[in-house]
Design a protein around this ligand. Structure first.
Ligand SMILES: C[S@@+](CC[C@H](N)C(=O)[O-])C[C@H]1O[C@@H](n2cnc3c(N)ncnc32)[C@H](O)[C@@H]1O
Length: 263
């Protein structure tokens, strides 16, 4: 019997990931604000430390951060003795990350690339990291592509660390068919956020939103485990957490996953 599925059409502009993120970084960094340049977020840092001791990562191990942005996580991990590469779709973010690495005298390489399909040789790294760059991806086929890419570039016996926003509810409604339709126009609403200048003054910067309406990059823990296993990973740990960035911002649901590529 034919299933009665409802249809949801989500419109995504062409070159969406490049256009949104490059425009966003140009506006934020072009305003002169100090953006994600200081240190790794404390919630991420405590999960990262737990990961390092659980999987027993030894100094000298090689790692890649996908969606490395302005480089704060890659540089922090490099400072712990790991050989790091960062990859991001925004040339402006990559340039800033390379400047920060130079300033910190960290031997890190940041390159422009697409986390859905890189030209990295297979089995190149001991570990891979995605911090807040998977929750910007809503389309399930692209999330699957990225997780398969993580799997591909890891050596057998390699580890994956993920820290991303989550949803309490399931997003993937199996009775619903999500139709992703590419459009040419740039129709993503503008957001205004406050950023800090080097002198501590707060300024407002407008940039395009991360996600077309009706498309969410958040997943429930169950959905997250399923997508990891589909990509071939064995899950070592996957849990929900609540992140508090500042007293004025309500807590944000996040999920953390440690996974393993079998030898
Ligand atoms: C919310 S930011 C997080 C940046 C960084 N991981 C951090 O914690 O500061 C998401 C990042 O994902 C990057 N990104 C989005 N789509 C991408 C893609 N297809 N390939 C590589 N990077 C991408 C963006 O440019 C952005 O730097």
């Amino acid at each position: 019997m034919k299933q009665n599925r409802s249809k949801r059409i989500v419109k995504v502009p062409e070159d969406y990931y490049y256009r949104v993120h490059e425009t966003r970084y140009k506006k934020i960094l072009g305003s002169g604000s100090v953006y994600r340049q200081k240190k790794m977020n404390s919630n991420v840092l405590s999960s990262w430390k737990e990961f390092v001791s659980m999987v027993n990562l030894v100094p000298g191990a090689s790692g890649i951060e996908f969606g490395s942005g302005t480089g704060v996580n890659t540089i922090t991990i490099s400072q712990q003795g790991f050989q790091m590469t960062g990859i991001d779709i925004s040339p402006t973010a990559v340039q800033k990350a390379n400047e920060l690495a130079k300033k910190n005298e960290e031997p890190v390489k940041f390159v422009v690339g697409d986390m859905f399909a890189t030209n990295i040789y297979p089995e190149s790294f001991d570990f891979a990291v995605n911090i807040w760059a998977l929750h910007v991806v809503g389309e399930q086929h692209l999330r699957d592509k990225h997780l398969s890419e993580c799997y591909r570039v890891l050596k057998p016996g390699g580890y994956l660390f993920l820290h991303n926003e989550s949803s309490e509810k399931d997003i993937l409604n199996l009775n619903e068919e999500v139709v992703i339709e590419e459009v040419k126009e740039w129709n993503i609403p503008e957001l205004t956020n406050k950023f800090e200048m080097p002198n501590g003054e707060k300024i407002q910067v407008c940039f395009p939103d991360h996600m077309p309406s009706d498309l969410s990059g958040r997943r429930s823990l169950g959905e997250h485990k399923d997508e990891l296993e589909k990509a071939g990973f064995r899950i070592l740990k996957c849990y929900g957490d609540e992140m508090h960035c500042s007293p004025s911002i309500p807590g944000n649901q996040v999920m953390v996953a440690f996974a393993y590529k079998e030898k």
